[in-house]
Structures are given as structure tokens and as C-alpha cells.
Design a protein around this ligand. Structure first.
Ligand SMILES: [Zn+2]
Length: 432
């Protein structure tokens, strides 16, 4: 990069981010751990607070028809395109105060810095606080980000929460209209890209002794329910050689899952198991367990699945049980845009840190936004990789590092934007 960044002092802004994460934590449905769900009064209060900070940073603000809070740091060129930063403002029950929130509060303080230093950009820089990513109220994830991609489905109107309140009703109580949800969608040709800053939710950056890292992509996940049927029988009377013990078969299969996944470079987890009849003196006749398998590369994940189907089938045959697979979830991997990855990595090294690239095993808003524009992600180290838990913790020094990186990113992106803009001006045949 020819434009060498200065190294401004971001310590005050980092303190601001740190304190604001604490301040947003006050808007929780529970006193024990965070709990802020989509379209609740707590969501509304959090939006208001975020909008106040956006306004103080010189942004214009609005809430879209899906309840997402937006802010725009306007370019001097009114019809300029927008680059968007942001993440989600909802939390899981008994969650932490940084997951999602950091990716909203951090760029607001960056814009506060730009505004304090009278920095003007050739494009609009927008921040979005998505109302729902976790899906804990209505059981469907990424509702906020999917609304801006225009991919809400009509049947979602009838999704209900634990109290029987439908999305349609909840939106209306929030001041939005399900019938107007298309108004929340953004035009592809007006968006330059999306950069999401998020806590890593894993232990890799900590192990690498790094504050931040570039995300290469978001793993695609498939989930299954596996059912094993053997023969229940008396624990005392059926000889060992004449059994079809479903739980022992499951134990061997779970071990095979671990071995194959480790060997072939994917992550696979058996997280839930049910054993029937689950009695002290009965040979287990029926076992159901789940399998969650993820990879940044869909074809690798699917190859591993084929191998697992074959090997687990052999285990079933050997143990005289039947095995039935049922897929319950499927999402493809999303690659981060190579140009944005490159800019993020350069921004990291220009801030004085070692470049490091890692995949995301967890889903993020950027997955949905990838449908309408290039996406990038910056991960920030979190203590012991803990997330979705009140013990979630981020160091203020790492927030400062992330602010420096985002500031470099904005400068580098500006250079790239201006170069590309000149190209398109001198080449009228090129479509935007
Ligand atoms: Zn998150």
C-alpha cells in the first residue's frame, strides 16, 4: 500500500467501545447473563441507544421494516454507493456482552474518530445493527440480515415465539409491518461490500498470541439425526455374543466420527444422544444421536459424509443393528471476498500485527449478506474462545488493535475505490 497510515491514538476510542458494550448489556430480559431477543422492548431500547451513539458520531439514522438499526456517515457525493459494517444486536439466552455487539459498537467509535478528525470519504460508510442473527425467539436464524437481502419468506409471518406471538404481531408491536418487509431490502448495485467484526468464538487467536485475524470464509454445516435400532433384552439372560446392543454400536460410531473427521480435516460433533429404554438392567434397543459436520469447503465436508455413511454402515452390519440417517439442516460454506480479505490482512500488518487468516466455524450475518455484495470478516480474540456465555471476555487492548485495523481498512478501501472509480470513468462501456 502506497498510502502509509499514521498511527493515531485509539486508546480513548477503545475505552469508549469497552464501556458501550457494558452499557448495552443493561438492555437484557434477564439479570443472569445477557438475553436480548428480536423485536422485544430490550431490542428497541438497544436500538435507541445505538442510534444515539450514531448521531453523536455524525451519522444519519433509521430503523428498517425488519427492525434493523442503521446509521450512515454520509459521503460528500449524495448518490455515492455504500460500504456497510455491522453485526447483530440480539443475543442467546444466558449469553455474553460482546458476541455481535462488538461488531456494531466498534465501527461506531471508528466513525466517531473519522468525524472528530473531519475525515470525508468518497462513499457512504454505513453501520447496521441486525435485529436477529441467533434465531432464539422465532427459531429461524439470520432474520435481520436476510431481510436486507430480500429473502424473507411469506410463511415466516406465522412463526411464533414461546408465548405464541407471531413475527407479524411482534413486528407490528415494534412499529414495523410484515407486509412492507421488502422495503428493508437493499439494492445490490448500491452496496460496495460488507465487513463484519466479530469475536472469534474459538481459541485459535489466543493460541497464536494475536489480537485479530482475517477470516477466509464461513463453514457450511450439515446436521443429521441418526437412529440405531438393535434389540432390547434382559441384561442378565442374553449372552454377550447374541446381542444387538444399540448403545454399544452408537459408541463405536461416535468414535469413528471423531477419527474420520480428525484425519480428513473437517469438524464433526455428536452433541446429543437419547438411549431407549435407558434402564439399568435392559440392553439398549434404540439410540438416536445427532451429527453436526462442518467445513469451509463444501465438497470436503460431503466427501467425509460419504465416507462416514459407508463406515458407520459397516459398524451397523457388524453389530447387527440398523442405521437410519435423516438430514435436519444444510447450509453451504460462504467464502470471504478475496479482495476484502487482502485489504483486511494488509490493514492488520499496517497496524503492526502479524497477518493471520482463519476460517469461521460459526455462522454469521456475513453469510446472508454474501448474497448481495462481497463480504469480509475481522475476528477479535476473546478469552479462552468462550462465547454464548456470561464469561465472554475481550481485552481493551484488542479492541484498540481492531480499531487501528478498521481505520487502516477504511483508508485502504478508499484508495482502491478511487482507483476503480477512475477506471470506470475512463471506460464508459464497463458496467458498475
Ligand atoms: Zn454472533
Amino acid at each position: 500500500m502506497h498510502n502509509r497510515p499514521q498511527t493515531p491514538d485509539f486508546s480513548g476510542y477503545a475505552e469508549q467501545v469497552f464501556n458501550r458494550c457494558d452499557a448495552l448489556a443493561l438492555h437484557s430480559q434477564s439479570y443472569e447473563g445477557m438475553d436480548r431477543r428480536y423485536l422485544t422492548p430490550e431490542h428497541s431500547m438497544a436500538n435507541l441507544q445505538v442510534a444515539q451513539w450514531m448521531t453523536a458520531a455524525g451519522m444519519e439514522t433509521w430503523v428498517d421494516q425488519a427492525g434493523n438499526q442503521w446509521g450512515r456517515y454520509k459521503s460528500a457525493t449524495p448518490d455515492a454507493k455504500s460500504f456497510v459494517m455491522g453485526s447483530h444486536i440480539d443475543t442467546v439466552p444466558n449469553g455474553g456482552i460482546y458476541d455481535g455487539i462488538l461488531g456494531i459498537v466498534l465501527p461506531i467509535s471508528l466513525i466517531q474518530y473519522l468525524s472528530d478528525n473531519k475525515v470525508k470519504l468518497p462513499y457512504h460508510l454505513e453501520i447496521v445493527a441486525f435485529g436477529d442473527e441467533e434465531g432464539t425467539r422465532f427459531g429461524t436464524t439470520l432474520l435481520g440480515s436476510r431481510a436486507i437481502t430480500g429473502l424473507w419468506q411469506q410463511q415466516w409471518a406465522g412463526l411464533v415465539d414461546a408465548q405464541g406471538i407471531s413475527i407479524e404481531e411482534a413486528l407490528s408491536n415494534f412499529g414495523c409491518e410484515f407486509s412492507q418487509i421488502q422495503d428493508a431490502s437493499r439494492l445490490k448495485d448500491k452496496l460496495l461490500g460488507f465487513l463484519e467484526t466479530h469475536i472469534e468464538q474459538g481459541p485459535v487467536l489466543e493460541a497464536e498470541d494475536l489480537p485479530v485475524g482475517t477470516v477466509s470464509g464461513i463453514a457450511g454445516a450439515k446436521r443429521f439425526k441418526l437412529n440405531i435400532k438393535g434389540h432390547a433384552g434382559h441384561a442378565g439372560t442374553v449372552p454377550m455374543t447374541m446381542r444387538a446392543d444399540a448403545l454399544v454400536a452408537a459408541a463405536e460410531m461416535i468414535q469413528v466420527v471423531e477419527e474420520v473427521a480428525t484425519e480428513l480435516g473437517v469438524v464433526a460433533t455428536v452433541g446429543k444422544i437419547a438411549n431407549y429404554p435407558n434402564a439399568v438392567n435392559v440392553i439398549p434397543g434404540d439410540v438416536e444421536f445427532t451429527l453436526d459436520i462442518r467445513s469451509e469447503i463444501d465438497s470436503r465436508r460431503d466427501t467425509v459424509l460419504e465416507i462416514l455413511q459407508q463406515v458407520l454402515g459397516q459398524v451397523a452390519e457388524k453389530r447387527k443393528v440398523t442405521l437410519d440417517w435423516k438430514m435436519t439442516h444444510s447450509a453451504n460454506a460462504v467464502a470471504c471476498d478475496p479482495k476484502l480479505q487482502h485489504l483486511v490482512s494488509n490493514s492488520i500488518s499496517a497496524a503492526g500485527y502479524r497477518q493471520f487468516t482463519l476460517p469461521s466455524g460459526a455462522g454469521h450475518d456475513a453469510m446472508a449478506i454474501a448474497d448481495i455484495c462481497p463480504v469480509g470478516m475481522l475476528f477479535v480474540r476473546c478469552e479462552k474462545g468462550i462465547s454464548h456465555h456470561p464469561a465472554e471476555s475481550v481485552m481493551v487492548d484488542d479492541i484498540e488493535a481492531a480499531l487501528k485495523v478498521l481505520n487502516n481498512f477504511v483508508r485502504f478501501y478508499q484508495n482502491q475505490y478511487q482507483e476503480e472509480n477512475q477506471v470506470s470513468l475512463s471506460s464508459p462501456d464497463l458496467c458498475a
